[in-house]
Ligand binder design. Structure first.
Ligand SMILES: Cc1cc2nc3c(=O)[nH]c(=O)nc-3n(C[C@H](O)[C@H](O)[C@H](O)COP(=O)(O)O)c2cc1C
Length: 367
C-alpha cells in the first residue's frame, strides 16, 4: 500500500495535475448548428474545471463518424471555433481538457450519414437492437464493410482531427476512443471483425487499425498529448470477443511503445458499464502490460473506493463519469466527504441548460 490518494498531484503526459480525478467522457448531445459546440457547452465544462483532467464527450473525426443526434465534431472550422470557446473557458478556470476522438462505425444510421449512405464498419454485420435517431428508434442497419484502400483515409482523419483539436481548438490533448463498441473496438474484437485482409483475423491484424491511428496521431501532436480508451469486457453495443485477455494484453503491450500520456480502461463493478457475469477481469493484466500512466473507470463513486484502487497501485488516476453530471465541484465534495447530488437521467442526453449547467456547486448550496 502506498500513501498515494486522489489528491496526490500527478504528471500525465505534458501536464502536472493537482489531483487524480479525471472527468470521464460523457456524450450530452447538446451541440448546435453544424455539430459545433455552443457557449452553453463552454459553461458546462468550465464548471467542471477542478477535475485533474477533463476528457470531453466523444467527438466526430469526420462526416461519417456520427451516430447520435447533436454530438459535436472537430473536423470543420466552425466546430473548432466552438471548441476554442470551451477550451479557453476551462483554461481560464485553471483546468486541462482533452477531446475524445471517435468514429461510431456501425453504431449509426443513414440518417446521420452523407447522402443517406449506410454506415461503415470492418464487416457487414449489424448490431443487435435499435438506435435513437431523433426520428424515433430504428433498427441498427447492416453497415458497409470498408475497402482496404479506404483505411488509410480514416487513419488520416483521426490525425487531422487531433491536429485541429490541439492547434485550432486549443485542446491540451486527445483521447482516442477505442472503447464501447465503436469503430476502433469493432476492428479489435472478433465478434465484429471478420475481415480477411491485413486488418482482420489474427490479434495482430485486428489491432492494426488502432495502432496505425495512434502512430499517426502521435506523429501529428506528440505522444505526451495522446491517450487511448479501451473497454476490454464491455458488451455495450452488442460486442464480444473470443479471448479478450489475449487481445487486450497484446494491445496494451503494443501501446506501451509509444510513450503515451495514458491508457484509460473501463472496468467497473457498478454503473452502466457493468462487468458481464463471468467475464474475466482484464484491467489488472492491462495495468501490468502497459508501461505508463493508467486510468481506471467504472463505479468509483466514493473517495474510499477511489483511494483504495490508487493505494494498491492498480491505477494512477480514477476517472469518474455520472457523479460529475450533478456535481460540478465533484473533487471538492469528495475531499470534504460532502454528499453527492443525484443527476436527472431524463436530461443526460439532449436538451437545454436544465440538468446540464444548472446543478449548483457547494458554495452556492451553502450560501
Ligand atoms: C450520459 C453518459 C454519456 C457517456 N458518453 C460516453 C462517451 O462519449 N465516451 C465514452 O467513452 N464513454 C461514455 N460514457 C461512459 C462513461 O465515460 C463511463 O465509462 C461510465 O459512465 C462508467 O463510469 P462511471 O461509473 O464513473 O459513470 C458515457 C456515460 C454516460 C452515463
Amino acid at each position: 500500500m502506498s500513501q498515494i490518494d486522489l489528491f496526490t498531484p500527478v504528471r500525465v503526459g505534458a501536464f502536472e495535475l493537482p489531483n487524480r480525478i479525471a472527468m470521464a467522457p460523457m456524450t450530452r448531445s447538446r451541440a448546435g448548428e453544424g455539430n459545433a459546440p455552443t457557449p452553453l457547452m463552454a459553461e458546462y465544462y468550465a464548471q467542471r474545471a477542478s477535475a485533474g483532467l477533463i476528457i470531453s464527450e466523444a467527438t466526430q473525426v469526420n462526416d461519417t463518424a456520427q451516430g447520435y443526434p447533436s454530438t459535436p465534431g472537430v473536423h470543420t472550422n466552425t466546430q473548432a471555433a466552438g471548441w476554442r470557446r470551451v477550451t479557453e473557458a476551462v483554461h481560464a478556470k485553471g483546468g486541462r481538457i482533452f477531446v475524445q476522438l471517435w468514429h461510431v462505425g456501425r453504431i449509426s444510421h443513414p440518417i446521420f450519414q452523407p447522402n443517406g449512405a449506410p454506415p461503415v464498419a470492418p464487416s457487414a454485420i449489424a448490431a443487435a437492437g435499435e438506435l435513437y435517431t431523433g426520428e424515433g428508434m430504428k433498427p441498427f442497419p447492416v453497415p458497409r464493410a470498408l475497402e482496404t484502400a479506404e483505411i488509410p483515409g480514416l487513419v488520416r482523419d483521426f490525425a487531422e482531427a487531433a491536429k485541429r483539436a490541439v492547434y485550432d481548438a486549443g485542446f491540451d490533448g486527445v483521447e482516442i476512443h477505442g472503447a464501447n463498441g465503436y469503430l476502433i473496438d469493432q476492428f479489435l474484437r472478433d465478434g465484429t471483425n471478420k475481415r480477411t485482409d491485413a486488418y482482420g483475423g489474427s490479434i495482430e491484424n485486428r489491432a492494426r487499425f488502432l495502432l496505425e491511428i495512434v502512430e499517426a496521431t502521435v506523429a501529428a501532436i506528440g505522444a505526451d498529448r495522446v491517450g487511448v480508451r479501451l473497454s476490454p469486457n464491455g458488451t455495450f453495443n452488442d460486442m464480444r470477443d473470443s479471448d479478450p485477455v489475449a487481445l487486450f494484453t497484446h494491445v496494451a503491450k503494443a501501446l506501451s511503445t509509444f510513450n503515451l500520456a495514458y491508457l484509460h480502461v473501463i472496468e467497473g463493478i457498478d454503473g452502466p458499464m457493468t462487468l458481464p457475469a463471468g467475464a474475466p477481469a482484464v484491467a489488472s493484466q492491462l495495468r501490468a502490460a502497459f508501461k505508463g500512466t493508467f486510468i481506471i473507470n467504472g463505479g468509483y463513486y466514493t473517495r474510499a473506493a477511489a483511494d483504495a484502487v490508487l493505494a494498491k497501485g492498480e491505477a494512477d488516476l480514477v476517472s469518474i463519469g455520472i457523479p460529475f453530471i450533478a456535481n460540478p465541484d465533484l473533487p471538492a465534495r469528495l475531499k470534504l466527504g460532502a454528499p453527492l447530488a443525484e443527476g436527472d437521467k431524463a436530461s443526460f442526453y439532449g436538451g437545454t441548460e436544465k440538468g446540464y449547467t444548472d446543478y449548483p456547486a457547494l458554495e452556492t448550496v451553502d450560501a
